[in-house]
Structures are given as structure tokens and as C-alpha cells.
Ligand binder design. Structure first.
Ligand code: BES
Ligand code: ZN
Length: 632
């Protein structure tokens, strides 16, 4: 549906839409700032929440490791707003056994439509205007892409198998039939049965001990969108690290994880001091096996994290600050649909940076900001400055929303917020953000709703602010605006000085690198010359021990530099990294460099053949495309 409305009306409508969760999205065209085009709904759900919307989920599940299957019942409480005769759910890769309607569990009628790419299958259940309960009896299949079932050999302790889910962006529908849109929120409780001696955890109030009978009860009393549904099952133990913070990990990983994340409580306290109360009770982190496809995932009350941030020196814990920050930006105020993804991630990178500044100082935060700038520049150059993919507001209809997970949402979003901060001053901006999170807590937000809100509440306070920032250019145009803030880092400038010396012939052992932090090393590695001789690489490696580093970021940055220069000494390390680590952010650039070195892709495919069984479906999909895996 397309409709033209005036700016005043548009502001009112946006507020209404945020209230009701999933209504009119309002889009402003870049070159016609006065013309506003409105389109409804989320292009990545089949659900029609304006007619019938879910309110609460009561989930009963049996997790069966023998058959790698979850056999479950999703009992949904629904609200029929229009007296509709059907309710629509998203499903993908699920086997629906049967459906019942109403409190008495009466057999119901349903249609499961043919599969549509990315979207899955529309599930239509017949209801009456009075129906409040719909139960879906179903099981997962091997096409349930959110799930990764690990054998015990694929875990750290190798004693028990392991299961974890990854629902964002639209994979919740592969393990729970649901209205899978970030604009739709529901509360949930769950009863999950798992094998003896295993612990089950969800994005909910969690146990801290293993239950003898393998039965776990969960509750999430705050409404959350489906992409924040999460489950993990394994031989897991818990240790508290602060007042409302703690760590879950496999027994052999627990002490190391607790030491790495010892500043977590300070991060939570700093976050609260910045933008108001942490509203979710506990903040815990679950350290997963290395196949977890992301660095972290902000599942409410329980961040899921990759073990590749356990560097031994706390140097990669900004990732925890990031996932924690999502407890406000994302989990409290949620992007309305995946076209507004920057509202989740850009705000979170900004908030993450502020937490890091508070806990570790401005020098540290500036290094992070500059790394973010480098990522942004690289992504922009890769896409091309004119590419629509470089806009903050995306148009992902008909595509996998995963396509939006680029540095643009994260880092261009961050720099826009940094610009606003610099324009209006920190104090004004902080108080604005605090009120924003408060006003829209447990609601969804469109890009246009945000623009209207910030214009009204902040940027109109001084006549020049709007023009100085130029939100429209940042949000609706491709490329990077001229007014992008410049961050200066003395520490990185020193690194650049040493790089210049290296390039003019100084031996690596003569460089002044003592006391460099991980980020200084990353800056050094990223800016090494593109072409290096065997002798140069050997000398660097001998002096600094990159190939043997226990720091995943340093390894990945080093590999990317030396692979195209055919540094054979690193080959075994590269292979063992790719076989054991499934974090997509590392896999993509490393496989890409293998392809640069050998465009036939044979070398990359040889390693991938061994590594692929260890990867989660999300990483498999990306690597299959990169390596033309299914065409051979
Ligand atoms: N929510 C994201 C992860 C995500 C985004 C999963 C989109 C699926 C679709 C998470 O908060 C995130 O951004 N993780 C980053 C870490 C961060 C420090 C930039 C990651 O995994 O690399
Ligand atoms: Zn994030």
C-alpha cells in the first residue's frame, strides 16, 4: 500500500505505529524530502498483525540429541483484532504434526503453503473471532537453520553433545512457528526437557544448576520480538561475576571466561549510569563452542558469545559491551523491520563505545572508533560509494535480510550518532538518548519515527543543528557525507610512524612496539604493505610471533595479509583456524584471500571441505556462495 501524507500527519502516524507494534512504515524519499511514502508491514513476515497478532507463547519442548530434533508444542495466545477467520504464522524447515484451536485443544484446520526462498512456508490456521488459543504441534528438521547440533567432539570438553540456536534475523521460524517480525512482541514461558546431566538455557530467567530430571522451566515476562528467542543445551556451568552478572560455559572454559569478563559488572554499571536502568534483571553471558557464527548475540538476559574473544588479556571484551548495549538499543527499542537495522546496530556501536570509554578511557575508545572507520571505508569501497547498500535505510524486500548485516548499519550508523553528539554536545545528546530509550521501551521504531522524534526533541532546539547534521543525506543517500567526524588517536599515529620505518627498511626487531595493545597490533597488521616478500613475512613473524598468536583478531588480520603473498609457513595454522572457528566475520575475509591467492578456488575449497561440517547454517550459506559449493 502506498499513500502520500503530510509531514505533520506523518509524525502522528509514526507514533501510533510504534505504539501498536507493527503498523505503517513511513518512508521519506531522499531527493524529495517533503514527499513521504508510506508502506505497511514487514516484507520478511507472512503474518498480518493488524488482523491477528500473537501476545504470549507457552512453549513445551523435548530436545532429542539422538535424532537431532526438537519435538514441541507452541501454544500461542492471540489477539484477533478484526474478527478474522485465520491467523498466519511464519515457519521454515518445520514439520507440522497437527494444530488445535481453543482452550479445549480441539483439532483445527491449517494450510502450510509451498516454500518461498528465504521466507519459508506460510502457516494459515483457521480460527473464529473468539479464538484466543492456538496450539501447534510440530518438530524441527535438518532444515531448521537456526539450530546447530554439535557432537561431543565439537565441544571444548568433549563429554556431551551441545545445541544452540541463532534466531536473528529470520531464523526463529525454523525452530518455532511464530510471527517472525521484529515489530511484533510477545511474552513467553517454556518447559524444556533435555537429557540428564545437561543444562538448558534460554533468553529468559535461567537456572544456575543442572536439574537431575532434565526438566527446565523458563519465563520471559517482558515482551520481546521473535528474533530474541534463544535456546542452548549442553554440559554447562555457571559462575557469578557481580551483583547481577554471571558467566555460563562448559566446565573447562569457565575459569578462563570468568577471568576474561571480570569487568562485566562495571560495564553494566557504566551503561546504567549513561542511559538509565538495566530493565532485564540479570545480565549473563554464555560462552559457546567456536562454531558460533557470530561474535555475539544479544539474547535478553543471556548474551551468546564466541569463545574467540577469550584472548587471555581482556582485550576483545568490547564485544560484551556491544551485546550489553543492545539491552537498550535493540532489545528495549527495536528496529521495526530489517530495513531499519541501523537503529539497532548503529546505536549499539555508539553505546558500546561510550561504555568502553567509561571503563577503559578515551584513548581506548578512540582506537575502537578508528577501527570502525577503517571497516566502514573498506565496506564502502567494496560496495562502491554510489551503491544503495551504503544507505542507512535499506530496502531488503525480496532479499535475505542477512544482506543488511554490513558495516554500513554498524559503522555509518555510529558515525552519524557521533556527529550528532559533536554537534549538540554530549550532555544534550545523552539526555536525549536516555529519554528516547525510556519513551520507546518495549516498542519498535522506524527510521522515519526516529527522524521525526529527534527533529522535534533535539535538532530543532538550535536553528543550525538540523542543517549541520543533515540527517536525510546520512540516512537516505549512499556514500559517506563530508561532515563525517574525524577521530584522532595518538596511539594509532605512533603505530603509523613505525609502519613508515618498516617500509623504509627498518628491521621489525628495531621497531618501537613495546606495550602495544591488541588494537595497536591490529592497526599495524591492517596497514602492512599489500605486497611483502617471503623474507619480510618471515622476519615479522619471527619477531612478533603472529602465526602462533592466541588472539583470534590478530590471527585473522595476519592471515588476510600473508595469504595473498603465499606465506607457506602459516598454512597449517590457517587450516586449523578455519576448521575449528565458525565465526563468519573471520571466515569471509580469510576465504576471500585464499581465493585471491588461487582464483581457481581449489585451495580454499580443499580446506572448506574439511571445515564445512563444523559450521552453523548461517556461515555455511555465506561460504557456499563464496566458494560456489553447490555448483560442483
Ligand atoms: N545482533 C548482532 C548479530 C546479528 C546481526 C546476527 C544480524 C544476525 C543478524 C550482534 O549484536 C552483533 O552485532 N554482533 C557482532 C559483534 C559486534 C561487536 C559488532 C558480531 O557478531 O560480529
Ligand atoms: Zn549488534
Amino acid at each position: 500500500m502506498i499513500k502520500q501524507i503530510t509531514t505533520a500527519l506523518f509524525f502522528a502516524m509514526t507514533l501510533i505505529s510504534c505504539d501498536s507494534g507493527n503498523k505503517g512504515e513511513v518512508k521519506e524519499k531522499a531527493n524529495e524530502p517533503q514527499t513521504i511514502v508510506m508502506e505497511t508491514n514487514d516484507p520478511h513476515t507472512f503474518a498480518k498483525p493488524d488482523e491477528v497478532v500473537v501476545k504470549h507463547l507457552d512453549w513445551t519442548a523435548n530436545v532429542d540429541f539422538d535424532s537431532s530434533m526438537i519435538i514441541a508444542t507452541a501454544k500461542w495466545t492471540i489477539e484477533n483484532k478484526t474478527g478474522a477467520s485465520e491467523v498466519i504464522f511464519d515457519t521454515k524447515g518445520l514439520k507440522i504434526d497437527y494444530v488445535t484451536v481453543g482452550n479445549n485443544d480441539e483439532i483445527g484446520t491449517f494450510i502450510l503453503e509451498p516454500e518461498i526462498k528465504y521466507m519459508g512456508q506460510k502457516l494459515i490456521v483457521s480460527i473464529t473471532p473468539n479464538t484466543e488459543i492456538v496450539r501447534i504441534y510440530y518438530r524441527t528438521t535438518e532444515n531448521s537453520d537456526a539450530l546447530q547440533w554439535l557432537t561431543k567432539e565439537q565441544t571444548a570438553d568433549k563429554t556431551h553433545p551441545f545445541l544452540f540456536t541463532q534466531s536473528q534475523a529470520i531464523l526463529a521460524r525454523t525452530w518455532i512457528p511464530c510471527q517472525d517480525s521484529p515489530g511484533i512482541r510477545f511474552t513467553y514461558n517454556a518447559r524444556v526437557k533435555v537429557p540428564h546431566q545437561m543444562m538448558a538455557l534460554m533468553s529468559a530467567y535461567n537456572p544456575t544448576d543442572t536439574m537431575i530430571n532434565g526438566v527446565y522451566d523458563f519465563q520471559m515476562e517482558y515482551p520481546i520480538p521473535s528474533y530474541l528467542m534463544a535456546l542452548s543445551v549442553g554440559n554447562i556451568q555457571y559462575q557469578s561475576v557481580g551483583r547481577n552478572t554471571g558467566i555460563y560455559a562448559e566446565p573447562s572454559m569457565l575459569a578462563k571466561s570468568v577471568a576474561e569478563f571480570e569487568d562485566m559488572q562495571e560495564m553494566v554499571d557504566s551503561a546504567e549510569a549513561l542511559y538509565g536502568a538495566y530493565r532485564w534483571g540479570k545480565y549473563d553471558v554464555l560462552v559457546l563452542p567456536p562454531s558460533f557464527p557470530f561474535g555475539g548475540m544479544e539474547n535478553p538476559r543471556l548474551t551468546f558469545a564466541t569463545p574467540t574473544i577469550l584472548a587471555g588479556d581482556k582485550s576483545l571484551t568490547s564485544l560484551i559491551a556491544h551485546e550489553l548495549a543492545h539491552s537498550w538499543s535493540g532489545n528495549l527499542v527495536t528496529n521495526y523491520n530489517w530495513n531499519d537495522f541501523w537503529l539497532n546496530e548503529g546505536f549499539t556501536v555508539y553505546f558500546e563505545n561510550r561504555i568502553m570509554e567509561q571503563v577503559y578511557g578515551a584513548d581506548y575508545a578512540n582506537m575502537l572508533a578508528l577501527i570502525s572507520y577503517q571497516d566502514l571505508k573498506a565496506e564502502m569501497e567494496d560496495f562502491g560509494m554510489e551503491s544503495p547498500r551504503t544507505k542507512l535505510k535499506l530496502d531488503l524486500a525480496g532479499q535475505d535480510p542477512d544482506e543488511g548485516m554490513t558495516s554500513i548499519a554498524y559503522d555509518k550508523g555510529f558515525y552519524l550518532l557521533k556527529l550528532i553528539e559533536q554537534t549538540v554536545g554530549r550532555e544534550e545528546f545523552d539526555s536525549f538518548l536516555k529519554t528516547y530509550f525510556d519513551t520507546y521501551a518495549f516498542k519498535s521504531m522506524t527510521t522515519e519515527g526516529f527522524v521525526a522524534y529527534i527533529n522535534k526533541e533535539l535538532l530543532s532546539k538550535k536553528s543550525e543543528w538540523k542543517e549541520k547534521v543533515n540527517l536525510n543525506e546520512w540516512i537516505y543517500n549512499p556514500g559517506l557525507p563530508e561532515n563525517c567526524p574525524k577521530i584522532i588517536s595518538d596511539r594509532f599515529e605512533k603505530v603509523e610512524g613505525e609502519l613508515t620505518k618498516l617500509e623504509s627498511g627498518t628491521a621489525p626487531s628495531e621497531l618501537a612496539t613495546s606495550n602495544w595493545s591488541t588494537h595497536e597490533w591490529l592497526h599495524f597488521l591492517r596497514n602492512l604493505p599489500t605486497e611483502m616478500t617471503q623474507e619480510q613475512m618471515i622476519a615479522l613473524d619471527k619477531t612478533f610471533g603472529f602465526t602462533k598468536s592466541g588472539n583470534s583478531e590478530i590471527l585473522a588480520a595476519w592471515f588476510v595479509k600473508v595469504i595473498p603473498n603465499n606465506y607457506k609457513e602459516a598454512k597449517p595454522a590457517i587450516e586449523s583456524f578455519l576448521v575449528s572457528v565458525g565465526r563468519r566475520k573471520f571466515l569471509t575475509p580469510i576465504y576471500k584471500s585464499l581465493i585471491t591467492a588461487d582464483p581457481s578456488k581449489a585451495a580454499a575449497r580443499e580446506i572448506y571441505k574439511k571445515a564445512r561440517p563444523n559450521y552453523h547454517a548461517v556461515a555455511v550459506q555465506t561460504m557456499d556462495d563464496l566458494l560456489d559449493w553447490n555448483q560442483n
